[in-house]
Design a protein around this ligand. Structure first.
Ligand code: ASP
Ligand code: MG
Length: 294
């Protein structure tokens, strides 16, 4: 079950997430995005810091408060202190020093800046997942940096399926019960160990990769729309939800710019014939779209 940025972006949506996950037979794997808007903020703060504008630290404090408020609203009481401390630790011991280093080091080589910004942007999912894991009495936290592996490919990066497969089998070996929680988007370089990611919007792809490697019964993409639509509802108010599609149709729509799913998501689950559900966290009883072979 993958929950996107809006689905983990407010107390109201996190409480919906909790009800949706609790209604599911266990074990279940929940893959989360960063709280809505936070990835953009983390990257904007990188730009600001490089311009020596340390007002980015004010934005960071506002983000810290947003996470603490969410913890008070949704995390089980016995876990609250621990999750508050986790947020503070990542903000004070990682994010702040990284931003200050960017802001005060004018001669930092470009590749070092890139590495630092990749490490920074990973914190969106690291922080949101700490909150989500703390919402469940039977929550089991995982760290995607421990098993998602990328290798360079042209100007970008691709998943190393072999190494990732091996590490995922180890990390999820004892997955007999409970609500397992993992970060979308984030990874490490297979050879250098540097923090990397699967590209903007990549949490869907993380969920598809894990569903594939763990032979999931289904992949559910929980988002803020009712499913794939016949047209963009902003320009076509009469657009309707498509109840059922094939993998090929879904791939075609994603490639043509439908924003519902990150395009690389479809291929791995299609290979394994794992059905993909697109469902609305804010309207969970709506049937959504199911993507299958025929
Ligand atoms: N948080 C990342 C982004 O905003 C990944 C994702 O949400 O899928 O691009
Ligand atoms: Mg997305």
């Amino acid at each position: 079950m993958k929950f996107g940025g809006t689905s983990v972006g407010s107390i109201e949506s996190l409480l919906n997430l909790r009800d949706i996950v609790n209604a599911e037979p266990k074990p279940v794997l929940v893959v989360v995005s960063a709280m809505g808007g936070f990835t953009n903020q983390l990257l904007a703060m990188c730009e600001q810091a490089q311009q020596r504008d340390i007002s980015c630290l004010d934005i960071l404090e506002a983000a810290r408060k947003r996470h603490h408020d969410a913890i008070d609203g949704v995390v089980v009481e016995s876990m609250r202190d621990e999750v508050h401390a986790t947020i503070d630790r990542f903000v004070d011991d990682s994010l702040k020093p990284y931003y200050l280093a960017l802001a005060t080091n004018p001669h930092m080589p470009v590749d070092e800046i890139e590495r630092m910004c990749d490490a920074i942007v990973a914190h969106g999912e690291i922080l949101s997942s700490a909150i989500v894991a703390g919402m469940f009495d039977d929550g089991v936290p995982h760290l995607s940096l421990n098993y998602m592996r990328t290798v360079p490919d042209g100007n970008g990066r691709v998943l190393d399926w072999e190494e990732t497969g091996r590490l995922v089998k180890d990390d999820f070996a004892a997955m007999d019960d409970g609500v397992h929680v993992a970060q979308g988007f984030i990874s490490r370089d297979k050879d250098t160990g540097d923090v990397t990611n699967l590209g903007r919007g990549g949490s869907d792809y993380t969920a598809a990769i894990l569903a594939t490697l763990l032979d999931a019964e289904a992949l559910e993409i929980w988002t803020d729309v009712d499913g794939f639509m016949t047209a963009d509802p902003r320009t076509h108010p009469d657009a309707t939800v498509i109840p059922q599609m094939t993998y090929a149709q879904a791939q075609e729509m994603c490639d043509a710019g439908a924003k519902v799913i990150y395009p690389p998501t479809i291929a791995p689950v299609a290979m394994k014939h794992i059905p993909v559900w697109v469902k609305n966290t804010f309207n969970p009883s709506a049937p959504g779209t199911v993507i299958i072979d025929e």
